[in-house]
Design a protein around this ligand. Structure first.
Ligand code: MG
Length: 386
């Protein structure tokens, strides 16, 4: 009998969480210990009745009573509040965790998982963008592995299997370039939220879709790659690859390139993280023949047109809490854009203003990065673009 692995899913009702449940349902061999959601109590209750976790958590306490009633008559513990996910990460028994939470809320659960020495399949890039220094240090002590669930980082992770990191010349993250890749400055300045929410290749949450359109998402991924693979920003490049078939590349010091390719489907990186170091049959595998692929072209990024990517590189160079400030300001700027308060190009203006307004400090505690995030947010909330 193969052993059943116990899984905790943080962000279970989101895009990564629902696809993770599809993958484990199709693969079999897993039980669920924790399902953790932000506010969608109805969907969480539906998932809980199907999977019978030990505990469900809801960040938004306003849904607590309804969730508790929906799960009446079961043994499932229901806990709500801002700290509920991190508390479950600390208290409940599980063998591997998936973190698909959005934004800062993912940081504490990641910290608790790594503190216990448990492996973490990580889709919440903010955990590393904000807490990369802290989590890498902790990981080295506890032996927890961070398995990337981001298509680019999963690609690099797969390319590096069997290789030595000192043999790497550079990593090349691919970017679809978002919907405005070919637009000129005047057109981009009039982009509406509806236009920005239409991503050509991937179906994702609203924040990451806007971040893909500004290329801030790629900037956060550069920072994430730095922490995952231990390489400096000078060895991490970005190329526009519009068709999202090549999910990223590694070039080695002898000049050889390795890449991971395939149709875009997040269920593959999820499965790779869960089955590492082995591989299993992909239950959703469709015919994917290279002769059907479009031509594989690559282009450099125009940093003048996409200043958010430049700002993310700058934050990584500055180090410490600078990426936390960058991300905090970006989260606020994106939500202000989605609320029609500011224009699309104002997102980068706000982030740059926030980064210039406060100095970075060492990112050596959760409190330090949370304070930097709050400072970035506060400045971005007040800033009125001229
Ligand atoms: Mg990605």
């Amino acid at each position: 009998m193969p052993e059943i692995r116990r899984l905790a899913i943080f962000g279970s009702t989101g895009s990564i969480g629902t696809q993770s449940l599809q993958v484990i349902e199709a693969m079999g061999g897993y039980s669920i210990s924790v399902l953790s959601a932000h506010s969608n109590w109805r969907f969480l209750a539906e998932q809980a009745l199907k999977w019978c976790p030990v505990r469900v958590t809801l960040a938004d306490s306003s849904g607590y009573t309804a969730l508790k009633e929906a799960l009446a008559g079961t043994n499932i513990e229901v806990v709500s509040g801002d700290e509920a996910a991190a508390q479950a990460a600390r208290e409940i028994d599980y063998d591997i965790a998936i973190n698909g939470l959005v934004g800062l809320s993912g940081l504490r659960p990641s910290y608790e998982v790594i503190l216990r020495g448990i492996d973490l399949a990580l889709a919440n890039k903010e955990s590393l963008v904000l807490g990369g220094d802290l989590l890498s240090g902790l990981q080295a002590k506890t032996g927890s592995k961070i398995l990337p669930v981001d298509s680019e980082h999963s690609a690099i992770f797969q390319c590096l299997l069997g290789e030595r990191i000192e043999d790497v010349r550079r990593l090349i993250l691919t970017a679809s370039g978002g919907p405005f890749r070919t637009w000129d400055h005047a057109q981009i300045s009039n982009v509406t939220p509806v236009q920005a929410l239409k991503h050509p290749n991937w179906q994702m949450g609203a924040k990451v879709t806007i971040d893909s359109a500004t290329l801030m998402n790629k900037g956060l991924e550069v920072i994430e790659a730095h922490h995952l693979f231990g390489l400096p920003s000078s060895q991490i490049d970005v190329r526009i690859h519009q068709v999202s078939i090549v999910h990223s590349l590694v070039q080695f010091r002898d000049g050889s390139f390795k890449a991971q390719l395939g149709k875009p489907d997040m269920r593959l990186p999820i499965q790779v993280a869960l089955t590492y170091p082995g591989r299993m049959v992909m239950p959703f595998l469709e015919d994917d023949d290279p002769s059907d692929w479009p031509p594989l072209q690559f282009a450099p990024v125009d940093l003048g047109k996409f200043p958010c990517l430049r700002l993310a590189y700058e934050a990584l160079e500055i180090g410490g809490t600078a990426p936390a400030m960058l991300n905090g300001a970006d989260e606020v700027a994106v939500s202000r854009f989605l609320n029609h308060e500011i224009g699309f190009l104002d997102i980068a203006r706000i982030v740059e203003y926030a980064m210039n307004a406060c100095a970075a400090t060492p990112a050596d505690s959760l409190e330090a990065v949370i304070a930097a995030d709050a400072a970035g947010r506060s400045i971005a909330t007040r800033f009125i673009p001229g």
